[in-house]
Design a protein around this ligand. Structure first.
Ligand SMILES: [Zn+2]
Length: 237
């Protein structure tokens, strides 16, 4: 096979390999972005659960104090009635002490009820904020996931064509070149890459000036001295 034809094939191959690499990298990036979105959604859902749990706990506490308070008020009323009817000075003073004690307890419970009311209102606001955020996040995530799925489908359908074209070109090059390509591919490496300013664009190693010229003029098929990839010129047109 004439060098010129071989090099032309290798230039096409380098372009296809670069495209395949870009495709795979984009699919990998998309997969990671989708994972991240899922993780984020789980986080928001867990925050919403936590906020709802706090609100429920505050409401339970509020109901408990309200019940205690109602019960205490019934007792107080009963004691006040007894006091009004009491004719025995000892009983009267005992009832007065008892009522004073209950009134102190009532003040404490009222203060607690106020505090709990504020707490419930605050937890309710917090829970609604978290819910709204989770909903907004979900809306964004659904839109982004649709974009990712669309891109994934586009890349996944482009890939087989690129692969087929790569294999078609590989079948056309001399067997020794084909074997070397396969060895590099087996190691998940790009096998043919463009020359860039006298260097291998994959590993950055400099070619000798003579080799660089040969590559640039498409005279000779050159391997990078460092990474053994085929180094070819960029397409001329
Ligand atoms: Zn190299």
């Amino acid at each position: 096979m004439e060098n010129e034809i071989l090099i032309d094939l290798m230039v096409q191959l380098a372009g296809l390999e670069a495209e395949r690499h870009r495709c795979l990298a984009a699919m990998d990036r998309d997969a990671r972005a989708a994972d991240l979105l899922e993780g984020l959604q789980a986080e928001y859902a867990s925050d919403a659960d936590t906020a709802a749990g706090r609100l429920q706990a505050a409401r339970l506490e509020q109901r408990r104090v309200d019940k205690d308070l109602a019960e205490l008020e019934r007792v107080l009323e009963r004691k006040r009635g007894l006091l009004a009817r009491s004719r025995d000075p000892r009983e009267t003073s005992a009832l007065q002490r008892e009522i004073a004690g209950l009134e102190t307890r009532q003040d404490t419970l009222l203060a607690e009820a106020c505090r709990l009311l504020e707490q419930v209102e605050e937890q309710d606001r917090a829970a609604r904020d978290v819910d709204a955020e989770a909903l907004e996040q979900e809306r964004r995530a659904v839109a982004r996931q649709a974009e990712i799925a669309e891109e994934h489908a586009r890349l996944a359908s482009a890939l087989p064509e690129i692969e087929a074209e790569i294999l078609r070109l590989k079948a056309m090059v001399p067997p020794a070149v084909g074997r070397h390509l396969q060895r590099l591919w087996d190691r998940q490496m790009l096998a043919s890459v463009y020359e860039n300013d006298g260097s291998c664009s994959a590993c950055g190693s400099r070619l000798t000036p003579q080799k660089a010229l040969s590559v640039q003029h498409g005279r000779e098929l050159v391997k990078c001295p460092a990474c053994a990839r085929f180094v070819v010129h960029k397409p001329w047109h």
